[in-house]
Design a protein around this ligand. Structure first.
Ligand SMILES: Nc1ncnc2c1ncn2[C@@H]1O[C@H](COP(=O)(O)OP(=O)(O)OP(=O)(O)O)[C@@H](O)[C@H]1O
Ligand SMILES: [Mg+2]
Length: 312
């Protein structure tokens, strides 16, 4: 069964048409990452799926339940981490008290709640903060509590809106590791938004690119990269590359295009990493150019720039 099915969802805020027919699917054992520029509509979509906002039109089903009909049932099925961390727990209660309270709201028996909190504290190395008031925590620690809260009732589906924002690299890696085992070992579903492309690369089985309230591309990261038609890029320092040599490189059979969006480096897309690099190096050498160069694989940033050109 499909965990999340959204079809042709529209949302207006006054005169702003924030969602213009977004569709997506998330299946069990899958992490779908929503990528898109600021204001694309990612948070709006996640909030609609999490029943925090209402859509104006379109169809949404969560595990076969129609969002317009079964809101109460659907609310038991997911955990949610939003962008507004500060207001998502009681400031004066301790972390443990907050989590026990949210566990009780979810109908968890106290003993089960305590055991889960203990397990989460272990996974997130959070024991020493459990008995501090929420308001005494740092921004990243609060973010961790919100993630723990979303995972507490072990839901089949979790929505994370920029979950690692403000987390230090170790805490972020710990959360990612937990999420990976949550999804892949237990067959759960995760829908996340993130601007950290390395994180998306690490976590996501599928990516949907959202631009101006629409899905402009979706697929597994490998598929999306293949759509660009390049095996990788040979980058050469621009300030050391005469225009005539640049033209000769662009005319090589092995070079499919030139990507010029960095002030320092020009990237030549090649259809074969080794043959392309050799051909380019040959031209550089024959022209007596000693510009620094480097090879890199196609990245999600290239995918982003390809499908959302105005944003880069
Ligand atoms: N409560 C609101 N009232 C009016 N307009 C809103 C509201 N919430 C969002 N918008 C508008 O809807 C559009 C989509 O916003 P949204 O927060 O969904 O973007 P986003 O993709 O999550 O961006 P970011 O990457 O910055 O988090 C924007 O144009 C935004 O200004
Ligand atoms: Mg957002």
């Amino acid at each position: 069964m499909i965990t999340v099915l959204a079809q042709d969802v529209h949302k207006w805020f006054g005169k702003t048409h924030a969602l213009r027919g977004v569709s997506l699917e998330v299946r069990p054992g899958e992490v779908l990452a929503l990528l898109g520029p600021n204001g694309a509509g990612k948070t709006t979509l996640v909030k609609i799926l999490a029943t925090l906002l209402t859509k104006d039109s379109g169809h949404v089903e969560i595990m076969g339940h129609d969002l317009d009909v079964h809101v109460g049932t659907i609310r038991q099925m997911f955990g949610y981490v939003g962008q507004d961390t500060d207001r998502s727990a009681y400031a004066r209660l301790t972390v443990a008290e907050n989590l026990e309270f949210f566990g009780a709201l979810r109908g968890l028996p106290r003993a089960v709640s305590r055991e889960r909190i203990e397990g989460l504290a272990r996974s997130f190395d959070f024991h020493e903060n459990l008995h501090k008031p929420f308001m005494h925590l740092s921004g990243g620690q609060k973010q961790t509590v919100v993630a723990m809260r979303a995972l507490l009732h072990d839901p089949p589906l979790i929505y994370l809106d920029e979950p690692t924002r403000g987390l230090d690299p170790i805490a972020a890696a710990r959360l990612r590791a937990y999420l990976k085992s949550f999804v892949y070992e237990k067959g759960k579903s995760l829908l996340l938004t993130s601007h950290i492309l390395s994180e998306v690369e690490d976590l996501a089985t599928r990516v949907a690119l959202i631009h101006q309230g629409r899905t402009v591309a979706a697929g597994d990261p490998h598929e999306l990269k293949s759509a660009l038609g390049a095996a990788g890029y040979v980058e050469v320092r621009k300030d050391r590359l005469p225009a005539s040599v640049r033209e000769r490189i662009l005319q090589l059979d092995q070079v499919t295009s030139g990507v010029d969006r960095d002030p320092l480096w020009i990237a030549f897309a090649v259809d074969d990493g080794l043959a392309g690099s050799q051909a380019i190096l040959h031209v550089l050498k024959a022209s007596g150019v000693t510009a620094p160069f480097r090879y890199r694989d196609v990245s999600l940033e290239d995918v982003f720039a390809h499908f959302i050109p105005s944003a880069v």
